[in-house]
Design a protein around this ligand. Structure first.
Ligand SMILES: Cc1cc2nc3c(=O)[nH]c(=O)nc-3n(C[C@H](O)[C@H](O)[C@H](O)COP(=O)(O)OP(=O)(O)OC[C@H]3O[C@@H](n4cnc5c(N)ncnc54)[C@H](O)[C@@H]3O)c2cc1C
Length: 276
């Protein structure tokens, strides 16, 4: 199918883009890489009067690094990050996350900002940026604001973004010396979203574990993180017991396959982090 007719504008400045979207929030939509929005429009699951293309705005292309954090512009493509064209907070983690997304054709167009704004619960960047404690930098009709990605992403295709707000970029804290990151992702076939994706950060002022693909939102596995913070060499049994607790109420407990799958990705990500 083809999408219904829409207008297309590519403003030269961020404030103009904000003004256009905020002025007619029901009629306009921001478009970046178009990898998710265009299929939705083509299937006529939604209609829009005007697409406001933010993919070439200078403000959304800006990437830089300081001693404390790296900043990645929202319009940075997965491919650019995979190719090392964006700064890394440590452990090559940004490249490692980007390289696992879909296949190269999607990575060439899809952007980190579009991925977070879409808030697919099985997507890679929301989980990765939550595990890395990233903060989103947002422009809007009321001015700028910042919000941790963990708060911005609310649920399946739900964020805290209000009409007219545009994600400008992400600030990712540099990992502590000696911090290690493990990533494990299981997909049905190349190019598919994760059935389970675990991202484990060890030794970064404690341990953190994010899990995607397990229900309607990215899970921060507080119990597993606490065990790994207190006992970095905790046994598999201890970690599995903490994971089982973390998943209560989050996945269908009768679904033994899902429970085994998430256990496998979490344990594999822990093992990878420990081995680095
Ligand atoms: C075949 C296929 C396989 C895929 N597999 C994976 C996968 O394995 N893992 C994964 O994580 N992703 C996957 N994706 C998603 C893809 O990687 C993109 O990240 C995703 O489509 C959104 O990025 P985009 O730049 O294309 O956003 P768009 O499609 O342009 O926009 C998506 C949504 O975000 C909004 N938006 C975009 N940019 C901004 C911004 N800066 N501020 C505010 N709102 C904004 C749009 O209005 C729209 O609602 C897949 C996509 C396809 C087509």
């Amino acid at each position: 199918m083809k999408p219904a007719r829409f207008e297309y504008v590519r403003p030269a400045r961020l404030d103009e883009a904000v003004r256009l979207v905020a002025g007619a929030p029901d009629e306009t939509a921001v478009i970046a890489g178009g990898q998710s929005l265009l299929p939705i429009l083509a299937l006529r699951l939604t209609r829009v009067g005007c697409l406001v293309d933010v993919s070439r705005l200078d403000e959304l292309a800006r990437c830089d690094a300081s001693a404390r954090h790296v900043t990645i512009g929202a319009a940075t493509t997965h491919a650019a990050i995979e190719d090392g064209l964006a700064p890394d907070p440590g452990q090559g983690v940004m490249r490692r996350i980007a390289a696992r997304i879909a296949y190269r054709a999607v990575r060439n167009q899809g952007t980190i900002g579009g991925s977070v704004a879409l808030a697919d619960p099985a997507a890679d960047w929301p989980a990765g940026l939550i595990a890395l404690r990233a903060t989103a930098i947002i422009a809007g009709p009321q001015g700028g604001r910042r919000e941790p990605v963990a708060g911005l992403v609310r649920g399946t295709y739900m964020t805290s973004l209000t009409p007219g707000e545009i994600i400008v970029g992400f600030e990712v804290p540099v990992l502590a010396d000696g911090a290690r990151v493990g990533i494990s992702k299981v997909v049905k076939k190349t190019g598919a979203f994760a059935m389970s994706l675990a991202i484990v950060v060890l030794g970064d002022g404690g341990a953190r574990v994010a899990l995607a693909g397990a229900g309607g939102r990215v899970l921060s596995l507080a119990g597993v993180g606490e065990v790994l913070t207190t006992w970095p060499d905790a046994s598999g049994e201890r970690l599995e017991a903490a994971l089982a607790e973390d998943l209560v109420g989050e996945i269908d407990v009768a679904d033994a396959y899902a429970a085994r799958l998430h256990r496998a990705t979490v344990m594999q990500a822990v093992a990878e982090a420990r081995a680095r």
